[in-house]
Design a protein around this ligand. Structure first.
Ligand SMILES: [Fe+2]
Length: 240
């Protein structure tokens, strides 16, 4: 059974689910995909646009109500996928940015155009404020392409690494495959998540992704990652 720490399942707040029916379909799909906990992580772009918090809360409540009525074995937790902007540190200090399920983990994404120094500066600020940055879809940043860079980021800023399950299924360019080989074999990945958007090709594919991971890297690597995910979710009190 899986925890999906990155999902755009809640409708009407970003480019994820478009309407209530789509959310409900995605919730069923997640259960079929072996997911039992979803951290709902809509895009937030601090300082670029105001997040529709009330709409999100309302839709989250409705989704939870649907789960209860349908008796689905699934729980939804609150999170957000934060695009790093200069506004983030101040808003973090003001408590205006949701973490992953009330923990001290912050799911953060960067622009693919960001340089390594822009990314490390951001991570330094986040970690300096006492948060643990979880880098969303680490495979997307051209500035970070070597395991040494990932190791350094992990060591210096306590940063954690999330990879999209879809990237493990769809054929990747050779360089990215090698990058994945290094990261997974050296235990440098903390979360595999769906980042589901309800778009064609971006549905719930956790089981498929984990199976692909097991086939390529072996059961030992798969189990290690699963137990790491379980430990984090338990330790960080992912219960709210
Ligand atoms: Fe996302």
């Amino acid at each position: 059974m899986h925890t999906d720490v990155h999902s755009h399942v809640i409708w009407g707040v970003d480019d994820g689910a478009k309407d209530r029916a789509e959310t409900f379909r995605m919730l069923r799909e997640a259960v079929e995909d072996g997911i039992r906990t979803i951290i709902c992580t809509p895009h937030m772009m601090p300082g670029i646009y105001a997040f529709p918090e009330e709409t999100f809360q309302e839709h989250l409540r409705e989704a939870a109500e649907f789960i209860r009525k349908e008796q689905l074995p699934l729980r939804l937790l609150r999170g957000a996928e934060i695009l790093y902007t200069d506004h983030v540190p101040r808003m973090l200090m003001e408590g205006r940015i949701p973490t992953m399920a009330g923990s001290n983990l912050l799911l953060v994404e960067f622009s693919p155009a960001d340089t390594l120094s822009a990314i490390t500066n951001a991570l330094q600020r986040i970690s300096g404020l006492g948060y643990v940055p979880v880098i969303a879809h680490m495979e997307r940043y051209p500035a970070i392409r070597r395991k040494e860079q990932v190791t350094e980021i992990r060591n210096r800023f306590r940063a954690l690494v999330q990879i999209n399950a879809g990237s493990l299924i769809h054929k990747q360019p050779l360089l990215r495959r090698r990058y994945f080989d290094d990261l997974f074999r050296e235990n440098l990945v903390d979360f595999v998540a769906t980042d589901t958007h309800a778009l064609p090709g971006r549905g719930s594919c956790m089981t498929e992704g984990m199976d692909a991971l097991g086939r390529r890297y072996g059961e030992a690597v798969l189990r290690k990652l699963e137990s790491k995910q379980d430990t984090f979710t338990a330790e960080r009190e992912f219960s709210r």
